[in-house]
Design a protein around this ligand. Structure first.
Ligand SMILES: Cc1ncc(COP(=O)(O)O)c(C=O)c1O
Length: 481
């Protein structure tokens, strides 16, 4: 038998204070060094299943190994083989760039092992979640009745919202839900999970700027009512993932009021743009929505699993989720003491609000407003660069922090398929060379490259370098033909 490690006597897992400190210092050093190296490293690294099986596949060891080795192995072999979503030139999908205090908050909350499901379980953390949620309520412009909770992300937030919408509508049998053809699939999936049949998750066409077409929505709801369906909710995009499009929130709110429908705004990607002037302008009317999903792990610079759902009248959320089992009877402390487990799907919850609180306490709102605004400004500078380029073609005007475009030398001999293949090769080369990470999408079936600029450390230099590389790789590719 292998002897026990020097850390613990055999069969025990508690470490001495000295060892805990040594290991925490090593973990911190490994993370900080990684953050320092990040800008000069590729924005993405991946491995094939075969490569990674060879490195990681093993049975769980019977006897422990030296903790330093375990930490260093994680930092060397596992954690770097991933998208560096917080890299200044990671423009793919929706980036996430946490600030250091928010990372430390995750560590602090885990170290205190907070159970954030009931007031009894975590009064201080519950009070702080109320404080941070009330900050969000004020940013949105919700009345005092407004409230919400932190969730794992936008998918969970929309699921919770649809449960509240369904219950508010009296849980009808033939429920239908409406969203634009640009809405995130998280929403259609959430709607089906709450019991809306897939064919009654209705996709409303979008206009030439990818915003929901209100006239089409009106017609669909009327036709569905006539056919015996029971519309329960309409979803609006406050930043569609594809293009950053913002639906006409105010007029959609008018329509939902007329029709007695729940209006849910999906601001998972774009919601925190409310902190910028442009966001406030685009989101006019957002405070009229019954519910709003906003991911702080996207545009509020938090680590993953910092989503949030806000509801204009939080009692509707509690009416939908509140449960009173006998084994939790001690946790009933009255209205003054909300149990966050009564506002959504999770009873066992981590203390997410601490991340937002610690980072805002450390840097202040001015810094956050400036960082959110910078994402919008960089997208608009990228748009101007693309418009001025002979080789690049803009798909549509940048909206919030998303720009869609492609390399297009306007050669009439190039077929649509050739152009798509060319852009596909350019994208692969940008990623392979490690210059940047960017993704592609399709708008009305046409292939486009897409930049989502969301990182508080990204500079114009990062964006320009990426656009120049795309132009250069496109030209190289044509020259080789
Ligand atoms: C607009 C939008 N809605 C919903 C989601 C899903 O959110 P999450 O991945 O946090 O569950 C995303 C994710 O990128 C999104 O961009």
């Amino acid at each position: 038998m292998t002897p026990p490690t020097e850390d613990t006597p055999e069969g025990e897992m508690k470490l001495s204070a000295e060892r805990m400190m040594e290991l925490a210092e090593l973990a911190s050093r490994l993370i900080v060094e990684r953050c320092e190296r990040l800008p000069s490293e590729p924005a993405w690294r991946g491995g094939t299943r075969a490569e990674l099986e060879a490195i990681m596949r093993e049975d769980p060891p019977e006897d422990g190994r030296p903790a330093e080795q375990v930490l260093e192995r994680a930092a060397r072999e596992i954690l770097p083989v991933a998208g560096r979503v917080d890299h200044p030139r990671f423009f793919a999908f929706v980036p996430s760039s946490p600030t250091w205090p928010s990372v430390l908050a995750d560590y602090m909350a885990a170290g205190h092992n907070i159970f954030q499901g009931t007031w009894l379980g975590a009064s201080g953390p519950s009070q702080l979640e109320m404080v941070v949620i009330d900050w969000f309520r004020d940013w949105i412009g919700y009345p005092e009745t407004g409230g919400g909770l932190f969730t794992s992300g936008g998918s969970a937030a929309s699921l919770d919202a649809f449960v509240a919408a369904r219950e508010a509508a009296g849980a009808p049998d033939r429920a239908s839900v409406y969203m634009s053809d640009q809405s995130h699939t998280a929403l259609s999936r959430a709607a089906t999970i709450v019991g809306v049949r897939p064919e009654r998750v209705r996709k409303v066409p979008s206009d030439d700027l990818y915003r929901l077409d209100l006239a089409a929505l009106r017609e669909m709801v009327a036709a569905d009512r006539a056919a015996g369906l029971a519309p329960i909710a309409v979803c609006a995009n406050a930043g569609a993932t594809n293009t950053g499009a913002v639906d006409p929130l105010d007029t959609m709110a008018d329509f939902c009021e007329e029709e007695g429908l729940w209006l849910h705004v999906d601001g998972a990607y774009g919601g925190f743009a409310i902190l910028s002037e442009e966001g406030r302008r685009l989101f006019s009317g957002i405070e009229r929505a019954d519910s709003i999903a906003m991911d702080a792990h996207k545009w509020l610079f938090q680590p993953f699993e910092t989503g949030c759902l806000m509801v204009k009248d939080v009692r509707r959320l509690e009416a939908a989720f509140s449960v009173r089992p006998e084994y939790l009877q001690d946790t009933e402390w009255g209205l003054e003491h909300p149990n966050f487990g009564d506002r959504g799907l999770q009873l066992s919850r981590s203390f997410r609000a601490l991340k937002v609180w610690m980072s805002i306490q450390t840097f202040g709102m001015k810094a956050f407003r400036a960082a959110v605004t910078r994402g919008i400004e960089l997208a608009s500078e990228a748009e101007a660069w693309i418009r001025a380029s002979d080789d690049l073609e803009l798909a549509n005007p940048a909206s919030l922090s998303v720009v869609c475009f492609r390399f297009n030398p306007r050669d009439p001999d190039l077929s649509v398929e050739q152009l798509e293949a060319l852009n596909d090769r350019i994208q692969a080369r940008v990623i392979d060379t490690g210059i940047a990470m960017m993704s592609s999408t399709r708008l009305r079936g046409v292939y486009w490259l897409r930049l989502c600029i969301l990182n508080h450390t990204t500079t114009w230099e990062d964006v320009r370098t990426t656009l120049e590389a795309i132009e250069r790789f496109g030209q190289d590719d044509l020259d080789r033909e």
